[in-house]
Write a protein that binds this ligand. Structure first.
Ligand code: F0G
Length: 360
């Protein structure tokens, strides 16, 4: 007799957490790529670098269908757009939202246009938007300019905005907080994540709070958000006209969910701080080498923040800390290649040549 483990099919975040999704129109066709159900990976070697004494788990959102957390919100936005009979879905993006929107729109059979800051999108994300068939428009401006134009276009009939200013995006993204609690059997003590347009920190806090109100968890985490130093409007307390950072995903000077972020931080007794590009790049390399996780630079912002907080002794012994790794390292191959200039040694195809190379 053959013994076989039965793998149950994961239906995607909207079906799995349908009881928490009262906005889904009756009878709506769910547009999904079976996003979510991402791993929560222990990272003891990185935790050690951050001072140790606590348990660290990384929510690896890179394994979503388009390799970032955006898919959780896009299943929701596209399901709603289809139900409403949208003619065109649009978004502004630093790259990941556009990749996700393009994929889900294609699947839904909807026309999709993405507005991108010219010259500032990581290569892999551009490749995705092209392959999924979005109409790409590069603006001579930054993400904030693109979002302003999108807001104006969104008032036209038949046009559906799928940025996180669309409330159902947040509804989809809150499921990541549910998954963390479902796996841990409790909430973490601290949750770290990068902050750009601030939709995700808003979504996680909503998710944790909902689970708490429903008695699924008995305590709430402290929310710890990190911006890049050259693009840290919330930390500095005012919009940044010309945001700059190597972490192009979070190169945003006037976040749409500003208030959501400050509410999450104050209600949770958390914090929002900035980290320099130097700190980001150090954590970016460290997480790849110590834990085998290749992430894009934006994900390294909260990791750099954790190194700082842990080394300052601000993580109490025995704590459970979770960090969201929002997007895959393969999305930004240029930064990876720039970071590490070590070339392969080219040798003849025999054992001696390889051993000689290894002896160096
Ligand atoms: N990490 C990555 C990889 C991102 O792509 C983004 C945002 C964030 C973090 C920040 O999340 O905006 O919810 O605070 N990317 C958006 C985009 C802006 O267009 O792809 P946030």
């Amino acid at each position: 007799m053959m013994h076989r483990k039965t793998l149950s099919a994961w239906p995607g975040v909207l079906e799995h957490y349908r009881a928490h999704m009262n906005w889904i129109p009756e009878g709506a066709k769910i547009v999904t790529l079976q996003e979510g159900n991402t791993p929560l990976i222990p990272a003891p070697r990185f935790a050690e670098q951050a001072g140790g004494g606590f348990d660290l788990f990384l929510k690896y959102e890179a394994v979503n269908p388009t390799a970032s957390f955006k898919d959780r919100g896009m299943t929701a936005a596209m399901t709603q757009a289809l139900a409403r009979g949208a003619k065109l879905v649009i978004c502004a993006s630093t790259g990941n939202t556009s990749a996700s929107a393009a994929a889900y729109a294609g699947r839904a059979g909807l026309r999709c246009a993405v507005l991108l800051p010219h010259g500032k999108i990581a290569l892999g994300k551009l490749a995705q938007a092209r392959m999924y068939g979005a109409e790409m428009i590069a603006l001579r401006g930054n993400f904030d300019d693109a979002l302003r134009v999108v807001r104006e276009l969104g008032t036209r009939p038949g046009v559906e905005v799928v940025n996180s200013i669309n409330p159902v995006r947040i509804e989809g993204q809150k499921t990541a907080a549910f998954e963390i609690c479902d796996i841990l059997g409790r909430a973490p003590d601290f949750h770290f994540l990068p902050v750009g347009n601030a939709g995700n920190i808003t979504a996680y806090w909503r998710g944790f709070k909902e689970y708490h109100q429903q008695g699924m968890i008995s305590a709430l985490p402290h929310m710890c958000g990190f911006q890049a130093a050259g693009a840290a409007p919330i930390v500095e307390g005012h919009p940044i006209a010309d945001p700059q950072t190597i972490a192009t995903a979070i190169r945003i000077g006037n976040p749409a969910s500003w208030e959501g972020a400050t509410t999450a931080v104050s209600e949770s007794h958390g914090l929002i701080e900035s980290v320099t590009d130097t700190e980001i790049l150090a954590a970016y390399s460290m997480i790849a080498r110590l834990e085998g996780l290749f992430v894009e630079p934006a994900c390294a912002a909260p990791l750099a923040g954790l190194l700082r907080k842990g080394r300052q002794g601000l993580i109490p012994k025995g704590s459970i800390v979770t960090v969201t790794l929002t997007g895959h390292g393969l999305k930004d191959p240029d930064t990876a290649m720039d970071q590490n200039k070590v070339e392969a040694q080219v040798v003849e195809p025999n054992v001696d040549a390889v051993l000689t190379a290894l002896a160096d």
